[in-house]
Ligand binder design. Structure first.
Ligand code: SF4
Length: 178
C-alpha cells in the first residue's frame, strides 16, 4: 500500500473548509508560488512517510465533520491520496476538500490527478497569486483560486463552483417564503 509523505495532521480545525475538520498537510510541492505560506512544505523529503491506515485512524479519532487535504500539494502524491480518499468515504463517510496549486484544466490533462479529483467532494484550485491576495475571501488565499464541486465539474468537463452557504438556515427561510 502506498504511503503519504506527511507534514502534520491538524485536528478540529475550522479554517480549511466548512465545519470542524481534520486537515492532512502533506509534504511536496513544485508550484513555487511567490509568497507561499509554507515553503518548508516544498521538499517531499521534509515529510514523514506515513501509512494510510495510521492517517485513517487519526481522522476517526478526531470525530470531525469533514477532512481537508492540503500541503504542500496533495496532487503530487495523487495515487496515495486517492486511496486515502476512498477509505475516508467508504469507512468514515466524511466529506473531503482538497487544496491544490494545479488548476482544474491542468488536472483534466493528468489521469492520476483526475482520479484523485474524482474521489473528493470539493477542489480549491490554482496557485496562490500574491498580487490577487484577499484576506476577505473564504477558504482561499487569492481571488484566482476557485472552490469547485469536484464531481459536477468532472461530469460536465468545465469548472462548476461549489455552492457553499455558511448560513443554511437563511436559505431555508427564503425558500419557505418564496
Ligand atoms: S501550491 Fe500552496 S504550498 Fe505550493 S507553493 Fe503554492 S501556496 Fe505554496
Amino acid at each position: 500500500m502506498p504511503k503519504i509523505s506527511l507534514l502534520k495532521i491538524v485536528e478540529s480545525t475550522t479554517v480549511d473548509g466548512p465545519g470542524i475538520r481534520t486537515s492532512i498537510y502533506c509534504a511536496g510541492c513544485v508550484n513555487g508560488c511567490k509568497g507561499c505560506h509554507n515553503p518548508q512544505s516544498w521538499a517531499i523529503e521534509n515529510g514523514i512517510r506515513t501509512d494510510i491506515d495510521d492517517i485513517v485512524k487519526a481522522i476517526r479519532n478526531d470525530e470531525s465533520h469533514g477532512v481537508t487535504f492540503s500541503g504542500g500539494d496533495p496532487m503530487l502524491q495523487a495515487s496515495a491520496f486517492t486511496e486515502l480518499a476512498r477509505r475516508i468515504h467508504n469507512e468514515l463517510h466524511l466529506n473531503i476538500w482538497c487544496y491544490t496549486g494545479y488548476t482544474f484544466e491542468e488536472i483534466l490533462n493528468d489521469e492520476a490527478k483526475k482520479a484523485l479529483m474524482a474521489e473528493v467532494d470539493v477542489i480549491v484550485d490554482g496557485r496562490f497569486v500574491i498580487e490577487l491576495k484577499n484576506e476577505d475571501l473564504l477558504f482561499r488565499g487569492s481571488s484566482n483560486q476557485r472552490i469547485l464541486d469536484a464531481k459536477k465539474s468532472l461530469k460536465l468537463g468545465k469548472p462548476v463552483e461549489f455552492n457553499y452557504n455558511p448560513f443554511p438556515e437563511f436559505e431555508l427561510l427564503s425558500d419557505h417564503h418564496a
